[in-house]
Design a protein around this ligand. Sequence first.
Ligand code: ZN
Length: 176
Amino acid sequence: MPYASSGFVIKHDLENEYALVDLGNAPDVSLEEQLKGWGISLENISLVALTHLHSDHAPPAGIRTITESADCPILLSQTGWEHQGDERVVEMKSLLEKSGRMELLDSAGEMECGNWSVSWRPLTHAVTGQPVFGGNTAFRINTVIVSGDGPIWELFTEDNKPFFIQLREIRSGPWL
Ligand SMILES: [Zn+2]
C-alpha cells in the first residue's frame, strides 16, 4: 500500500509485521502519522529498505523517526551510499550510521531478514547530477517489487532472471 509519495508499506501475509520501502515525502504529515492512518505503529515495522537517499524518498524527518523509534534493520546499497553527498544527506548519513542498524548491500543479492525474503538489483539513477548504475536499488520483498527511481526496464535482463523466477517460486509458496 502506498502511504505517501515515494514510499510503500508492505504487509507480511502471515505476521503482524510491515516493511517500508522508502519513507515518503509528505511535508505536513509525519511518517508516524501516515502509518497511523493505516493502523500501523512503528513497533510493527520490522524492515526498512531505502532505494536511494534523495530526500523525496528518504527525508531527514523520516530517517530520524526510523533511526530513533523503530527497531529494525535498514537496508541500503553501498553504491547508493557512496554516491550521495549534499548537505542534507550528510545529516541523514550520520543518523543512519549512529543507528547501528544500517546494512550496506552489494549492488545485487538476496538475503533472509527476519521473516522477510529480500532480493535487490541495481538501477541507474542520477544521484549527484550524473547517472550512476546502482544509484537506485530495486527491492523484491517477499512478493512485492518496488523500484524507487530509475528505469524499471533495466531489470529485464538475462542476469536478472533469478530475480523474477524466485518471485514465481515464492508466490507458489507459503505466502499464498
Ligand atoms: Zn531520486
